[in-house]
Design a protein around this ligand. Structure first.
Ligand SMILES: [Ca+2]
Length: 454
């Protein structure tokens, strides 16, 4: 049934094309690494002088580093739903983490979806239809296992360890107990990040004839902070720098970097590096174990520290080595980008825009603004709010207080000076665009709670 619906949604594959004077690769292999909770500055190439990530740094030096990439949500599930479907969280209905309590403070949150609907079309379904072998390796966090809301229901041929869980019971074998256990069989003493990498390498070897799509959402570096013991000593001996100071967290980052390094080495060994797009990103900003400075805020917040994430893309011969791009790209842009490369149209509605032109060297996408709508409370971090970013300007509307904040990100990346009073006309125009976008998507704003006594 799903295949019939999908076929009806899609038009036929299109011919190879030129972008920015470059021939767009046809059906390359795709590796999409999503490091859970990795902050914007949590890589060497993103400015950390404490964490050591030589392999991802090498990837950046051989490819393109986006300086203004964002997650569609300030936490996991909304971002992952947007990434897989190409739609804003408002449209998938997955607007906060699945198991979060519905709060009733000054505003009353609306009920929301607790899983990604299985009739949503994901990029895995589209690429699978286009002949790709597909695998999801690691964290899923988008539905209930008992109801079959897993990667296999969303177009992936294989699922290694993806469940309803947002984090592992343990990073050490057997990876937790009961429902909190990550269901991967591994020898005693195994470390989860390494085992997931082992499965990734095995998939590449089995599918080296291509094309393949590897969705690699590592459980790391989400809590619990449980490093591999052999990586700890180096960081324990290091001086904290720039707010980066936790040896266990640093060791967890290094284990992921080592995994990416093993994967890159295998692509080299099999002579697949020139036929494979490798992407590395995160699903939200870093949390309190790290520092996102100079960005304000952290995971769970709509300030830059909660939503700006690393994004690195490498495709030798197509992407210029050592380049950077300041154009904002969001989680929802991966779907149209991957479909573009697979030579296929995307289903409607589609909020994302292919960033293939940026990979080829273009400076801008066609859209002129991007949006966030988070109608939820995360106590101590965020109250219901919406955001628009247009050019270098960012406006935040907070519903509980009707407060409007306007920041000039080009000159104030730390969001310290609210410029509303200085630029009332601009603030009004951005607010109008934000309201129009919400109306267009049917975004709900939490209503006043009559029982709230503050
Ligand atoms: Ca996360």
């Amino acid at each position: 049934m799903r295949i019939l619906v999908l076929t009806a949604l899609l038009t036929s594959c299109v011919a190879p094309q030129m972008v920015e004077g470059k021939r767009v690769p046809v059906k390359p292999n795709i590796v999409l690494v999503v490091i859970d909770d990795l902050g914007w500055t949590d890589l060497g190439c993103q400015g950390s002088r404490y964490y050591e990530t030589p392999n991802i740094d090498r990837l950046a030096s051989e490819g393109l580093r986006f300086t203004d990439a964002y997650s569609c949500g300030p936490n996991c599930s909304p971002t992952r739903a947007a990434l897989l479907t190409g739609k804003y969280p408002t449209r998938t209905g997955v607007t906060t983490v699945l198991n979060k309590k519905v709060h009733k403070f000054a505003l009353k949150e609306h009920p929301r979806r607790k899983s990604l609907a299985t009739d949503e079309t994901t990029f895995a379904e589209v690429l699978s239809e286009a002949g790709y072998a597909t695998i999801s390796l690691g964290k899923w966090h988008l539905g209930k296992d008992k109801q079959g809301e897993d990667p296999l229901s969303q177009g992936f041929d294989e699922n290694v360890g993806g469940t309803h869980q947002g984090h592992p019971g343990s990073y050490h074998q057997p990876f937790g107990k009961g429902g909190a256990r990550v269901p991967i069989e591994a020898p005693e003493g195994s470390y989860l990040t390494d085992i997931i990498t082992d499965h990734a390498l095995d998939f590449v070897r089995r599918n080296q004839g291509g094309p393949f799509l590897m969705y690699l959402p590592y459980y790391a570096v989400h809590t619990p902070i449980q490093p591999r013991a052999d990586l700890m000593a180096k960081y324990e001996a290091k001086e904290p720098v720039g707010g980066h100071k936790n040896p266990g967290y640093a060791a967890m980052i290094e284990a992921v970097d080592e995994g990416v390094g093993r994967l890159l080495a295998l692509l080299d060994e099999l002579e697949l590096a020139d036929d494979t797009l490798v992407l590395v990103t995160s699903d939200n900003g870093g949390h309190s174990v790290t520092s996102n400075a100079p960005l304000r805020g952290r995971k769970g917040m709509l300030y830059e520290g909660g939503i700006r994430v690393p994004l690195i893309a490498r495709f030798p011969g197509f992407i210029e080595a050592g380049s950077t791009c300041p154009e904002p790209v969001l989680s929802m842009d991966f779907f149209p980008t991957l479909a573009h490369l697979a030579g296929c149209e995307t289903p409607e509605p589609m909020d994302g825009e292919s960033f293939v032109p940026l990979l080829a060297g273009a400076e801008h996408l066609e859209r002129d603004a991007v949006f966030w709508h988070f109608p939820h409370y995360l106590p101590g971090r965020q109250t219901p709010a919406s955001v628009i970013r247009m050019g270098d300007w960012k406006l935040i509307e907070t519903f509980e207080t009707n407060r409007i904040e306007l920041y000039d990100l080009a000159n104030d990346i730390s969001e310290t000076e609210n410029c509303v009073a200085l630029h009332p006309g601009l603030a009004s125009a951005l607010h109008g665009r934000l309201r129009a976008w919400r109306a267009d998507l049917g975004a709900k704003i939490p209503t006043l709670n009559p029982d709230w006594e503050g």
